[in-house]
Design a protein around this ligand. Structure first.
Ligand code: AMP
Length: 378
């Protein structure tokens, strides 16, 4: 495809904050967006030119949606295969159905990664209750039992510590099949956002470190405070994945860093990613603009980072109680998702704070952010 001309409409499947921030980036490049999501008044639909409210399995509504847009992308990848096949028959879908199928299924994902020569935690497929003891005998305990589909933010997985955990964990995790992963005693978790354009150009943002609270991303530090050799290897892995998948679009790669500095890929997500939100303020071209450029056939600029950054997620009612203080604190760059109801565990907003390059603090919390600690902000 040639470059998508300004005024064209980008269809986005999914109505969450990732779609909202993609739509805002698309608008800056002169595009309209049309959101397809099951919820009314979704964060993305609030800032888009148009929206369709229907289930992802509603083929008639998907057909009508496809007729209104010039190219289709995702902010949510758990779309039924039949829906994807229909969309692909009607309009360019970027990234394509093959990549979505791989990232929707932890087994396919691990097979793809290992075949591409990329290390993961040791794993074994668990289809029946009888498979589990054999898998545990091979991988040892502790181990993590996960659904292969539909897991997020630590949902759909259980830690196995003793033999007594096996049967209840197998019974409670749905849908089957499951996958058992050896427990990785990681030193840190990092992620890399990689984009590949229609012409095959690949750009990778700097690797960032992610810290979680209650299984939900809490803080991202960019760049990840670790040796350059590790960061460069993380970017090389992300490039290889983008190349092998023939990605057109943006993809997040989550990795574990072990004590000896080796990297194991945990998950890939073919869309903008929470751990890439720091790019909105620390890079001339954010992950969202890079995503839109890639799917629109525009040139991809280098993924330059002009500042160090900390991203803080604001989750549920507790964090949103701090919103007035966050707005009143110089140096914090707020991004609100437009959700009215702050339920526990719900991602409501985030903020970025920039630091001159090379001065990223190793420790950081919301209290540090609100006090500013007399540190220079950019
Ligand atoms: P996931 O849903 O696969 O992204 O897992 C959510 C979180 O659980 C990860 O960010 C890790 O903190 C932890 N986790 C997942 N798999 C493993 C593993 N094999 N070993 C150790 N921790 C894990």
């Amino acid at each position: 495809m040639t470059q998508l001309p300004p005024g064209s409409t980008i269809g986005i499947i999914g109505g969450g904050q990732l779609g909202r921030m993609s739509a805002l980036a698309a608008a800056r490049l002169g595009y309209r967006t049309h959101i397809f999501a099951p919820e009314f008044d979704s964060p993305a639909a609030q800032v888009a030119a148009g929206s369709t409210v229907a289930e992802y399995s509603n083929l008639n509504m998907l057909k009508l949606f496809a007729a209104k847009v010039d190219v289709i992308t995702f902010e949510f990848e758990n779309v039924p295969a039949e829906s994807l096949a229909l969309l692909e028959s009607l309009k360019p879908v970027r990234p394509g159905a093959k990549i979505l199928a791989i990232s929707q299924d932890r087994l396919l994902e691990k097979q793809f990664l290992n075949t591409a020569g990329i290390a993961t935690a040791p794993w074994a497929a668990v289809e029946t209750a009888e498979d589990l003891p054999a898998a545990v005998a091979r991988l040892g305990l502790p181990a993590v039992l996960k659904t292969t589909r539909l897991g997020y933010d630590g949902k759909g997985q259980q830690m196995l510590r003793t033999q007594a955990d096996l049967a209840p964990a197998f019974a409670s995790l749905e849908p089957k099949p499951l996958v058992l992963e050896g427990f990785v005693n990681f030193a840190a978790e990092i992620s890399v956002m990689v984009a590949r354009g229609v012409d095959g150009t690949i750009v990778t943002f700097d690797a960032a470190e992610n810290r979680h609270k209650h299984h939900i991303l809490d803080l991202t530090f960019a760049p990840a405070p670790m040796p350059l050799t590790v960061l460069e290897e993380a970017q090389r892995i992300a490039r290889t994945i983008a190349e092998k998948l023939e990605l057109v679009g943006l993809l997040g790669v989550e990795m574990f860093v072990t004590a000896d500095g080796s990297l194991l890929v945990n998950e890939i997500a073919p869309r903008p990613h929470n751990s890439g939100h720091w790019t909105m303020d620390a890079c001339p071209c954010s992950q969202f603009e890079m995503h839109i450029r890639a799917i629109a056939g525009l040139p991809l600029p280098p993924a330059i980072r002009h500042s160090d950054a900390v991203m803080k997620n604001l989750i549920g009612p507790e964090d949103m109680d701090l919103w007035p203080r966050i707005l009143a604190t110089p140096g914090l760059i707020p991004h609100h998702y437009g959700k009215t109801e702050a339920r526990p565990g719900r991602k409501m907003a985030h903020f970025n704070r920039l630091f001159p390059k090379g001065s990223l603090p190793g420790e950081f919390g919301i209290e540090d952010a609100l006090k500013l600690n007399g540190q220079e902000t950019v």
